[in-house]
Design a protein around this ligand. Sequence first.
Ligand code: ADP
Length: 170
Amino acid sequence: MIDRFEVIKGDITKQNVDAIVNAANTSLLGGGGVDGAIHRAAGPELVMECRELHGCKTSQAKITKGYKLSANWVIHTVGPVWQGGNKGEDELLATCYRNSLELAVKNGVRTIAYPSISTGAYRFPVEKAAMIAINEIKRFLETDSSIEKVLMVCFDEDTYRKYLEICGSF
Ligand code: ADP
């Protein structure tokens, strides 16, 4: 699994992969953080397609084209807002990774990049999120052979260090 999964530091909008995952909100109409960056880089056609999707529930995933991005696809998933940990946040976050990977496979995606879902505006603790993300991706890759590469793209140094540390412990 290790050669098919990599933690890097960078900007997800710049990745040359088949699909990038967006940490969207339930409206799918754009927002701040990585969502805003993806919409800016993809151009206005992305929000036009998103409008036709009529939103997305927490932990579900929907796919659009990538427009001006190098990625052909954007897989939008909505992470849980951290509310202290007793509102099913862990399972909802794990489901985001599972659903987005399943949708990727259905669409023939072989290379995919993730941001750290929920750990920005949604305040999910980074170490806990990293554990869940890496565990789900690893479990998925153990049974799937169509995905060639999963990149975890960390935007800031602190997130990058934490994901690397957790990755090393697997
Ligand atoms: P959420 O609402 O799911 O918490 P955010 O976008 O607020 O989503 O934050 C999720 C993570 O995405 C944070 O670690 C944030 O630093 C990171 N991020 C912001 N911009 C980018 C980008 N261009 N590429 C990759 N990650 C990004």
